[in-house]
Design a protein around this ligand. Structure first.
Ligand code: PLP
Length: 415
């Protein structure tokens, strides 16, 4: 396997250490274990097809309705990856001593399958999700794999379930795809998993985060930390999320949508819930700037949405040709003090959170130390930049703009 196939482009310094571990795992001198091989996929079609819910069915809100099939694949430290299986959606079976149940040996991805206005099914930069999953798996001592093979498996699942579960009659809708890997072997010993299970499911998810009032964020307190310098914030591993739920519940009970995670004594702004966070402000020198926290400290998750927004904004917003004033795009640390100052000096233009689940979500308020800081939303229900960026992405995802980020998936409902 060519190492270049797994070089995590765009995931540079934050995970350089993990990247080294990844290439060691893939190229090291371990006895030859079978690599993940999508061409060995076996198919067993469900004999009990489920009913596709209507779009207003309350089941959708539960994020628990799967499609007819899922992909699973087992790995052992003695023989490597077995043949992947496409099989009926259903429960997994685990020993009570399984590693994941005790030591959070789990990682996951979140992506969407989009039904285009042109009738085609698309994924958005699935290669980036698959590469990130390798980074996350490696961080939690789960086995390596060729990300391109995972991408093929994901496409196989959606090729088969897409036509029924995201029908052509639902243009502009999506299914949520959740590839995940767990340490599934029995045994309580605290050590790297000897067995793992990779799976991919497709789930109905409600459209979230698009309130016309904008999102209200509650800034984390000094005694609440999501991720830390040289920690695991950059990896999408289950262990990062459970500990945030307490703060999240408190935020919701106080009428906020998400926690804005701050870090350090200077209250650096990191992420909003499980989304990256952006502000657009005018500097004291009068320059219009889009700013988001950098990846280098291993605190921030390298979001595919984040990366795409940075790239498209650099390409399309640098010269004023978009119709909006030109902005400079910067990745660097900034603090709540900077944000509060920009607001009090009238330099704050807008703020938004961005990720696959919440998409591009305008922010109207941040509560910091019990003070409500208001963020402008010049376009009414959104800032103007967030609205434009969201439209670019929508156009790519749903086939209104032909762009390399949007990957068409061929449908083949025959097994
Ligand atoms: C998944 C996630 C994001 C968003 O990543 P996308 O690839 O854009 O979906 C941002 N922050 C955290 C903490 C996340 O878990």
């Amino acid at each position: 396997m060519a190492p270049s196939a797994v070089t995590p482009t765009g995931i540079e310094p934050a995970s350089a250490l993990t990247a080294a571990a990844v290439s060691q795992k893939l190229n090291g001198s371990a006895p030859a274990l079978r690599p993940l091989d999508a061409s060995k996929l076996t198919f067993s079609r469900t004999t009990a097809p489920m009913t596709v819910p209507e779009l207003d069915d309350p089941i959708i809100k539960t994020s628990s309705q799967g499609t007819d099939h899922m992909i699973t694949c087992k790995w052992t430290d003695t023989s490597g990856w077995e043949a992947p299986e496409l099989r009926p959606y259903g429960n997994l079976s685990l020993a009570p001593t399984a590693s994941v149940l005790h030591y959070s040996t789990e990682c996951f991805e979140g992506m969407k399958l989009y039904r285009g206005y042109d009738g085609k099914l698309r994924l958005f930069r699935p290669d980036a999700n698959c590469k990130r999953m390798l980074i996350s798996a490696t961080r939690i001592s789960l086995p390596a794999f060729d990300p391109e093979q995972l991408e093929i498996l994901i496409k196989q699942l959606v090729a088969i379930d897409g036509e029924k579960w995201l029908p052509k009659s639902r243009p502009g809708h999506f299914l949520y795809l959740r590839p995940a890997m767990i340490g599934s072997g029995a045994g309580l010993g605290v050590g790297a998993p000897k067995e793992a299970t990779l799976f991919v499911i497709a789930i109905f998810m409600p459209v979230i985060g698009s309130s016309p009032q904008g999102m209200k964020l509650l800034a984390s307190r000094e005694n609440e930390v999501r991720a830390w310098l040289n920690g695991t914030g950059y990896a999408k591993i289950g262990g990062n999320y459970g500990p945030t739920l307490m703060a999240n519940s408190e935020a919701q009970s106080r009428g906020y949508d998400q926690i804005l995670w701050l870090y350090g004594e200077d209250a650096r702004v990191t992420e909003a819930g499980a989304s990256n966070f952006f502000v657009i402000w005018r500097t004291r020198e009068g320059k219009l700037q889009m700013i988001t926290a950098p990846l280098g400290d291993k605190i921030i998750l390298d979001g595919v949405t984040r990366r795409s927004i940075l790239q498209l904004s650099r390409e399309r917003l640098a010269d004023g040709k978009s119709g909006l004033e030109a902005i400079e795009v910067v990745e660097r640390n900034f603090t709540m003090g900077d944000v509060a100052e920009a607001i009090s000096e009238g330099r704050m233009v807008e703020a938004f959170a961005a990720g696959t689940a919440y998409f591009v979500c305008p922010v109207s308020e941040i509560n910091f130390k019990n003070q409500a800081l208001s963020i402008p939303m010049a376009g009414g229900e959104s800032g103007e930049y967030a609205a434009m960026i969201k439209q670019w992405l929508v156009n790519i995802m749903y086939g209104k703009e032909d762009h390399g980020f949007g990957i068409v998936v061929e449908e083949k409902n025959e097994l």
